[in-house]
Design a protein around this ligand. Sequence first.
Ligand code: ZN
Length: 466
Amino acid sequence: MEKEDNFGDWYIDIVEKANLSDKRYPIKGMNVWTPYGWKAMSNIDGLIRKELDATGHDEVCFPLMIPETEFKKEKEHIKGFDSEVYWVTHAGLNELDVRLVLRPTSETAMYPMFALWVRSHQDLPLKVYQIVNTFRYETKQTRAFMRVREIHFFESHTCHVSEEDAQRQIEEDVEILSKIAKKLCLPYFLSVRTDWDKFPGAYYTVGIDTVMPNGKTLQIGSIHHYRTNFSEPYGITYENENGEHKHVHQTTYGMSERLLGAIIGAHSDDSGLIMPPDVAPFQAVIIPIISKDNGPIVAEAALALAARLSAYGIRVKLDNRDARPGSKYYDWEIRGVPLRLELGGRDIENGVVTFARRDTGEKGAIELRNIEQGVELLLKIISVSLSEKAEKSQISKVEDMDSLDSIPEGKILRFGWCGCEECGHKFEDTYDLKILGTPYLPEEYSGRCIICGKATDKPTMAARTM
Ligand code: ZN
């Protein structure tokens, strides 16, 4: 199956062959995480936890179910989620007086509690996050990690004394994102979403999009400024130094298992996955090359090598199955292990380990006495090389437009837009493309709205989405 020609089928094929997820569970869009897939996701979660903990966020865990009465307090929010939530209507044989919703996201679970937790300005900022499963009734074609009904989800929620303080949190979130994305080797665009596409209840939303090989964008996360849109209906107030009661300003930041989908899409090739070293369940796999007279010596050396690398903190797998090296190479290539280490009789004699990079196919030898540092350095090089390749691919997909006479296929279009809703809708309806929004980070631009011709200093991007 070829990645460039038919990305959709290639993706499904590769998820299955690499055994990341089992879609045979009898609920569509609720896939089973296999051990290998779950290890990769747990590594991503670990990277997120590390950054959130380092910036003063506390991890929490809220209930899965939310009473309808709380869920419906913020009017825009419920309008946005009405058609995609699951309801629990019975407990045992009894019909519930108040129906319960399975969280599609946790604003309405957390905010009644925030109203109890926040008392004075000394309780602020309140910064918490959780990594849990959320539920959304997806009606479009489901696809592992990218479009599912049970979503492995990260969400952080913060409360602040003022709009400015909340804005500083958004800036911190952008910084956190850049650190995590670097480890995932994923480039992305940050766009302030259009008013008709922002999160239900938000003051504004920053969408985080990455580009897939077919030129469609995949939203891998979002950051929202709520101002007091939720704290008012939920009564989240604090007493300031003058004894006045004020509503808190809030933000949220969310990402999901789509990060794994994006990694698969961005880095893999026709031979299988290519895992970024920071995500890979196994960063290196050791394949003993045994001939008929050196079995015990090679087996022992391979065990010792695995123990050394593991003690150094490298996630290593020793493949000592009774199978031919060639078939082992094939198995680990499909699963995207970044580095293959081969150890045979001649390697042992020469005091080296032979390596092969999954991303470039490059081969070479590392001296056994410096094997830990050698492997560590190669993993770093692979990581940088994957990032550069993905970045180049993303840039190559963006096409600057000054007229709409012919729309190129498989591209992200960049053009001037006056910002008015009428021009935006006209564009989206005519070309069946989504306006991603305007750049979150300032960008120098001067041009004309591609719809109405009015002068504008803001570009916008539009794309087909996954
Ligand atoms: Zn216009």
